[in-house]
Each structure stands twice: as C-alpha cells, then as structure tokens.
Design a protein around this ligand. Sequence first.
Ligand code: PRP
Ligand code: URA
Length: 207
Amino acid sequence: MHNVFPSTHPLVKHKLTKLRDQRTEPKKFRELVRELSALLIYEATADLTTHPVQVQTPLAAAQGEDLAEKIGLIPILRAGLGMVEGVWELMPSAEVWHIGMYRDERTLKPVAYYNKLPVHPTVGVCLILDPMLATGGSAVACVDILKNWGVSKIKYVGLIAAPEGIQRLQTAHPDVPIHVAAVDDHLDANGYIVPGLGDAGDRLFGT
Ligand code: PRP
Ligand code: URA
C-alpha cells in the first residue's frame, strides 16, 4: 500500500488492543486515545522540515534545529477531539482548527456543520486527526476543505482504517499520507469497521 503507514510499534499494538476491548470504559478509552495519538504523531511527523539554529548550553554553543513550518491540527468533530491533547503536548505551538462533520446514518455521507477557517491559510502543514477512516467520506471532504483553504501539505492521522476508506482517500487525494495504528478487515453493512472498536465518538464521550 503506497503512502499508507500502519504502525509496527509494539506499544501502539498493545494500546490499540486495550482500546478495542469492549470492557474498556470511557475514562481509560480517552487515556488510550491520547497516548496512541502521541505515538502516531511522532511517526507521522518524521519528515517535517527544520532549519538550523544555534543555542548556548552552559558549556558551549550547540548547533540545533527548529521546526520550519507552522503546523495546524485539524480534529474532525467529534471523535477527532480525543486525539488533540496527546498531539498538542508534543507540539504546543500548533494551531488547532476544528472541522465539524458527522456521517448521515442512512447515506453514510458526511454532513459538514462547523468550519471557522479564516479566509487565508495560517499554517503550512495540516495534520487531520480522526480516529476512524471508514468509508473515507469524512476524510476526503476534510482534505477538500483544507486544499480549498490553500494548504497543500496534508497528512491524515487516525487509529483504525478500513481498506475501503484507504482506497477512497487515496483515489481522491493520492498525495495525502495515511498514518494509522492498524488497517482492519472490512466495513459492515452499516459502515462500521470490523473488527474496529465500535463508535469512537460514543466510546470517547460516554454517549
Ligand atoms: C466517525 C469518525 C469519522 C467518521 C468516519 O464520526 O470519527 O469522522 O465517522 O466515517 P467515514 O470514513 O465513513 O466518513 P461520526 O460521523 O460517527 O461522528 P461523531 O464523531 O460526531 O460521532
Ligand atoms: N465511525 C466510527 O466511530 N466507527 C466506525 O467503525 C466507523 C465510523
């Protein structure tokens, strides 16, 4: 799979297994989503550009590197919210721009309901945060919004992807890398990922 990066890290596998478990309560579920998001973002940002800087240690001057691009975190509401904190801890200067979208239960098409992006882009790189890539409709619509905003460097970071969603996102936006904890088997008749973890938003927010 070109441009798809399922994590091979043992910690990710361990935490994802606990996350999937139906006995995992919302409090633990939120904690695991936060931790997994930090681990995944570490992998997803390995190619960010830096520029050289010099700092003074107590002993001498040291050559170092600074992140060169302004980063935007784009959580897709609701479930993407659960991923923000873990990522933001690693990148406290990132901007967070929320995109509100839900899947119509009957058509499974995304319905956009919140977008306060300013007219001109304020970031150079966008990291879309959404735990579930199911049919791919929400991710494609989100990338459409970000490209129309004027950002061309976009990555998708999620927890579980279905092959159907990967195919759809890659067909529409082959330039967007997909970083996930796992690629699952298939979608069921209701558009849920199997085996997946159920409804990510409901499990995060206890609804
Ligand atoms: C979930 C998930 C994604 C979407 C994925 O959100 O967080 O945004 O479904 O499905 P897709 O790939 O088929 O578009 P949902 O619509 O359930 O909304 P919620 O986060 O508000 O619960
Ligand atoms: N959204 C979810 O929360 N879970 C799925 O399996 C598919 C879409």
